[in-house]
Ligand binder design. Structure first.
Ligand code: 48H
Length: 260
């Protein structure tokens, strides 16, 4: 067999295996931002079968760009244990005890590597376009290639079945919108709907990101900025401790459901 065929066959076979194994999951995660990557690692380490579906070619979400494309981000003391778990470095900020800065490229790549190394599968360039919703229960996700979505091609999707789905789509809370708008789901918020993100207030936003991280309908969880948008929290700019801690919290909540 020619080397050209060897390469192509290996890729086709291994990708097909990977995708086939992800058609039934314990946890299907939408979006590969920092909160979702932490959740994916923790859930995989807890022995659950997990995959992330990420619209862009590069997972990592809003991590890469730091603050206004200055590729540094800030984390607070409470999140350092998570960075340590991933082997990601940081430096204290002079005169500001409890706050640290780190290279956003190291953070993005470290989180991705940690999630994949723990056993989570990441399907990049894949967009989640719908939920599987049967008899009032969320059963999984509807996926398609991002280029198909972007080019507006009329191509039917595939489906992934999962016990739990996690909205890690960041500011737009895409999965939660689908749940409300298409499935008619009432979320466990004061109005049953998405409350919407508030303007910048760093400390409040950091705290509420973690507080708002939870299950909003049986089997439907939100983390990171998505959770904050769903439950009306403030934004916080390029500080990422809340995102990391949100990922850890949601993994604990989801893993707890599987233990029951
Ligand atoms: C597949 C999708 C879909 C879809 C979206 O926004 P993210 O980085 O996620 P978080 O919440 O972990 O982190 C938020 C942080 O980056 C941030 O924006 C902060 C701290 N902002 C503060 C402020 O004040 O602005 O990543 C979400 C990911 C992205 O990579 C999207 O491409 C992806 O989700 N995504 N993937 N199918 N339907 N929708």
């Amino acid at each position: 067999m020619s080397i050209e065929n060897v390469i192509s066959r290996a890729i086709v076979r291994n990708f097909a295996d990977k995708l086939e194994n992800a058609l039934r999951l314990d946890v299907a995660i939408v979006g590969g931002g920092p909160s979702a990557l932490v959740a994916a690692r923790d859930l995989s380490k807890a022995g659950l079968q997990v995959a992330i579906f990420e619209r862009k070619l590069a997972p990592g979400g809003g991590t890469w760009g730091g603050g206004m494309l200055f590729n540094e981000v800030v984390v607070q003391q409470d999140a350092l244990a998570i960075l340590d778990d991933f082997g990601i470095g940081y430096r204290p900020i002079e005169d500001s005890p409890g706050y640290y800065t780190l290279d956003s490229v190291e953070m993005a790549s470290g989180l991705i590597f940690g999630a994949v190394r723990s056993g989570a599968k990441i399907f990049n360039a894949v967009s989640v376009e719908d939920l599987v919703f049967k008899n009032g229960k969320i059963n999984g996700l509807v996926i398609n290639w991002t280029p198909v979505e972007r080019l507006g091609m009329h191509v039917d999707p595939l489906t992934v079945i999962a016990e739990a789905v996690l909205d890690g789509t960041g500011h737009p809370s895409e999965l939660m919108h689908l749940a409300c708008d298409k499935a008619g789901i009432k979320l466990s918020t004061p109005t049953g709907k998405i409350l919407g993100e508030k303007p910048m207030w760093v400390d409040s936003g950091e705290a509420s990101t973690v507080e708002n991280t939870r299950e909003y309908y049986p089997g439907l969880f939100a983390c990171g900025m998505s959770a904050n948008n769903v439950n009306g929290g403030y934004r916080m700019g390029p500080i990422f401790g809340g995102m990391l801690m949100s990922g850890r919290k949601v993994a604990g909540l989801i893993a707890g459901k599987f233990q029951k």
